[in-house]
Design a protein around this ligand. Sequence first.
Ligand code: ZN
Length: 216
Amino acid sequence: MSDTLSRPGRGAGWLEVIVGSMFSGKTEELIRRLRRAQIARQRIQVFKPRIDDRYSTSHVMSHSEQKVVSVPVDNASEILEQVGDQTRVVGIDEGQFFEKDLVDVCQKLANRGIRVIVAGLDTDWRGLPFEPMPQLMAVAEIVLKSNAICVVCGGMASRTQRLGTSTAQVEVGATGLYEARCRGCFDPHLAEKKESKSVSKNNKKKKRPSSMDARP
Ligand code: ZN
């Protein structure tokens, strides 16, 4: 695995980015890497944007219910403030929900000697790059593109298909609102087509899936 590379010289850390569609196992991969660091008795700290409240406010949790303790933050600069001197590894989940200053924050941490691992969506429901993940990928030492399996054809899924009719760039959600699809089965206009057929257009409230819905 590429993430087993030895430490770069001059005491610098590095940046690892894990991207992919929803249901591609990004968070599980983040947790796997964090767990390995913990086994080696390296001090880790984990952060996630406060917006992601679908399961738990104190854990990063994947769809398969693996979890690690994490701290919800309102913005990226809060991460800088909270990382302690003894911390060797910083994990950040749902990186796409941060502003562009996440890139600067990750660079500063890596320059300080910390291994930084960020997981997030590389594209939004339109299939377009989801900032700031593209910028993070450009400056990272290690990038993993994780794929899911297309729900329609069983092919390699790289896109997050929106099934609902909200106009938000991406809602926090899980099974039911989104599904993984391949390039061929992905349709960014699917929700609009559904919406034009639908009589009621007023229901733009975010659906909060139950934990049962959230399981892949
Ligand atoms: Zn497909």
